[in-house]
Write a protein that binds this ligand. Structure first.
Ligand SMILES: Nc1ncnc2c1ncn2[C@@H]1O[C@H](COP(=O)(O)OP(=O)(O)OP(=O)(O)O)[C@@H](O)[C@H]1O
Length: 216
């Protein structure tokens, strides 16, 4: 998939306060392209999770359309949408969604549970080390802090990355140093893979970057 386009999208269940803001992407045409990098900055309650979940095909509670290349998401079957999640589009949900009773290693490996490949193990170890969670790999997720689980979820998102990587406030529990490390890792993997990255954030990152900035 080469692009995801928002075509006059506006949520059905609330009217965004920022609708009249000329920077806002509601009710406009915006295209996210493979290999490009975006940060969408918007205040609490402005619809970041609503839009991120809509782009994943988790709900259709909006007017307008979301296109995967030229295909309207609303015209796809559940099976087709699920297939897109294997290699084309993936979302790291704001609430992380690790399984409490599995270890951090098992949670990360879930992304590739039916694929045997030494490369995944190499990546898992390298990325865990980069984010400072190597010592937590055999620990159950429920016994880790929120920030530790957030870093584990970021590793999970990168061991078999899709073409469009979407992150909904994925650094919310990280200190500035860890935020920057996580950002650099996501950026590096996305460049290597040719993926697009879409960050949904409350505020801009506290370090310099050259991502395209959009607002809701
Ligand atoms: N299923 C739903 N039905 C009705 N209203 C909803 C539903 N889901 C979200 N909302 C409302 O839509 C608005 C946007 O919510 P959303 O979670 O998308 O915002 P957000 O920008 O991600 O916020 P935050 O930064 O606080 O996580 C909120 O006012 C929320 O209460």
């Amino acid at each position: 998939m080469n692009s995801i386009t928002l075509h006059h999208v506006i949520p059905k269940f609330f009217i965004p306060k920022t609708l009249d803001n000329s920077q806002s992407i509601w009710k406009k045409v915006s295209t996210f392209k493979k290999g490009h990098f975006y940060i969408i900055i918007a205040p609490s309650g402005s619809g970041k999770s609503t839009l991120a979940n809509a782009v994943l095909g988790n709900h259709f509670e909006y007017e307008g359309s979301i296109l995967y290349d030229n295909l309207d998401l609303k015209s796809l079957s559940i099976e087709q949408i699920v297939n897109y999640r294997k290699n084309e589009v993936q979302l790291l949900f704001q609430d992380i969604r690790l399984i409490n009773d599995l270890t951090i290693r098992e949670n990360i490996a879930l992304r590739v549970f039916n694929k045997k490949n030494d490369l995944f193990e190499t990546k898992l170890l390298a990325y865990a080390q980069h984010l400072g969670i190597s010592h937590l790999l055999e620990k159950k997720a429920k016994n880790c802090s929120y920030g530790e689980r957030q870093r584990a979820a970021i590793v999970r998102s990168l061991i078999h990355p899709a073409e469009f990587l979407i992150y909904d406030e994925c650094f919310s529990h990280l200190d500035v140093e860890n935020k920057e490390k996580a950002f650099q890792l996501i950026n590096k993997v996305a460049i290597e893979e040719g993926s697009a990255v879409l960050f949904f954030e409350l505020n801009d990152f506290p370090f310099s970057h050259d991502y395209n900035q959009l607002n809701l």
